[in-house]
Design a protein around this ligand. Structure first.
Ligand SMILES: Nc1nc2c(ncn2[C@@H]2O[C@H](COP(=O)(O)OP(=O)(O)OP(=O)(O)O)[C@@H](O)[C@H]2O)c(=O)[nH]1
Ligand SMILES: [Mg+2]
Ligand SMILES: [Zn+2]
Length: 323
C-alpha cells in the first residue's frame, strides 16, 4: 500500500468487534480500542477493504490502550454475502476463518433447505463448513434429521449442553490457533456453545419462544473471542440467511453507549434486562442521560420489529411456494 515509513513501529492484532467507527483489537492479550487512520479510510476503494471481525491488522499503539489502524492484512478466507438490491457490493461477515460452523437445533426450527444454502455459501468462503446440531437432549428422533442431512455432508457434530456432548469435538477443531465462526438462526444455541468453549458465562443467552421454537435475537453483534485452547471463535447474531443484523448500524450513532458497554458483564449485553449492565449504572450515576438511552432502546426495538416483519413475510412466501 502507501507509505511504509512507520511500518516497523506498528503493532499486529486481530479485530474482535466493530462498532460504527470504533474497533476492538486483541493484541498480546490486551484489548485495544481503535479508529481507522485517515488514509485507510480515504483510500479504501470499497467497504470490503475496511476491517471486519476476524481481520489481522497493523496499528499504531497509543497510550491508554487506544490505537489507530493503518493496514488490513490479506485475508485467507471470508464469509460474505452480496447486498440485496442492485448494488453488487459485498458485505463481509467474518474473515480468516478455518471452520464455518452452521448451527441448527434439533427442533421445529430445523430447515434442510436453509442448511443447504448455508453450505453453498460456506464452500465459497474458503473455510471448511461443519454442521452443528444442537439440543440433542430435547430430541428423541435424531436419525430423522440426520439421514437427509448425510446426503449433503458428513461433517456433522451433534451437541447438547447438559452433558457437554460434542463440545470436545469442536474444541479439538479449534486447537493450535484455528478460528471458527458460528452462524445460524436466532435461538439455536450459538452463544451457549461459546460460553461452554470459553469456559465462562461471557455471552448472554435467552430462552426461545414456545410457539415456534424461534429465538429472540439476543446477540446483536459479531464478536471474536479467544479460547483457552489457543483458538478463536466468532459469535454472530441469528440470521435466517447470510444477513448481517441491522443493529450494527445503530452503533455509529451511539458511540458513547458503545464505549460504556465494554464494562457490561456480558459481551453481548443489550442493556435491557441483563445483570451488571454498565449502561444502567451510568444512568444511575448521571454519566449518561436517560433520554438518550431510551432513544437507543427504542431504535433497537424498532429494528428487531422490522426483522420480525421480514421473517414473517418470508414465512408467508415459503407457504405460497409450497402450494
Ligand atoms: N435443552 C437445550 N437447550 C439449549 C441447548 N443449547 C442452547 N439451549 C437454549 O437455547 C436458548 C437459546 O440459546 P442462545 O445461546 O441464546 O441462542 P443463540 O443462537 O445465541 O441466539 P441469538 O443470539 O438470538 O442468535 C437458551 O435458552 C439456551 O439455554 C441445548 O443443547 N439443550
Ligand atoms: Mg447469541
Ligand atoms: Zn449492558
Amino acid at each position: 500500500m502507501t507509505s511504509n515509513k512507520h511500518h516497523a513501529s506498528l503493532t499486529r492484532g486481530r479485530i474482535t468487534v466493530s462498532y460504527g467507527s470504533t474497533y476492538h483489537i486483541l493484541s498480546n492479550d490486551e484489548e485495544i480500542s481503535a479508529k481507522l487512520s485517515g488514509s485507510l479510510r480515504h483510500q479504501a476503494a470499497s467497504q470490503s477493504e475496511l476491517p471486519v471481525v476476524g481481520d489481522w491488522v497493523k496499528f499504531q499503539l497509543l497510550p491508554d490502550n487506544k490505537g489507530i489502524i493503518h493496514f488490513v492484512e490479506e485475508r485467507f478466507s471470508k464469509v460474505s454475502r452480496k447486498t440485496s438490491g442492485n448494488r453488487s457490493d459485498e458485505q463481509i461477515i467474518a474473515t480468516n476463518i478455518d471452520w464455518l460452523f452452521i448451527v441448527s437445533s434439533l427442533n421445529n426450527d430445523f430447515n434442510l433447505r436453509r442448511i443447504e444454502r448455508y453450505l453453498v455459501a460456506g464452500k465459497q468462503s474458503g473455510a471448511k463448513p461443519v454442521i452443528i446440531l444442537t439440543k440433542a437432549d430435547l430430541c428423541s428422533t435424531i436419525d430423522l434429521y440426520l439421514v437427509p442431512l448425510y446426503a449433503l455432508t458428513t461433517d456433522i457434530i451433534v451437541t447438547s449442553f447438559g452433558d457437554d456432548k460434542g463440545i470436545q469435538q469442536i474444541a479439538d477443531l479449534l486447537a493450535d490457533g484455528q478460528t471458527g465462526a458460528l452462524v445460524g438462526s436466532s435461538g439455536v444455541g450459538k452463544s451457549t456453545l461459546i460460553n461452554r468453549l470459553v469456559q465462562n458465562e461471557t455471552m448472554h443467552v435467552s430462552a426461545i419462544r414456545k410457539e415456534d421454537d424461534r429465538g429472540r435475537h439476543t446477540t446483536t453483534h459479531r464478536e471474536l473471542l479467544a479460547l483457552p485452547t489457543g483458538g478463536f471463535l466468532i459469535d454472530t447474531p441469528g440470521m435466517r440467511e447470510f444477513q448481517p443484523f441491522q443493529a450494527e448500524q445503530l452503533d455509529s450513532q451511539f458511540e458513547d453507549i458503545v464505549q460504556l458497554s465494554f464494562n457490561c458483564r456480558f459481551r453481548n449485553c443489550r442493556h435491557d434486562q441483563e445483570a451488571d449492565c454498565a449502561i444502567k449504572q451510568a444512568i444511575e450515576s448521571g454519566e449518561l442521560s436517560e433520554n438518550r438511552y431510551m432513544n437507543y432502546l427504542k431504535l433497537q426495538k424498532e429494528l428487531s420489529f422490522q426483522e420480525k416483519r421480514i421473517r414473517e413475510k418470508e414465512k408467508l412466501q415459503n407457504k405460497r411456494k409450497k402450494k
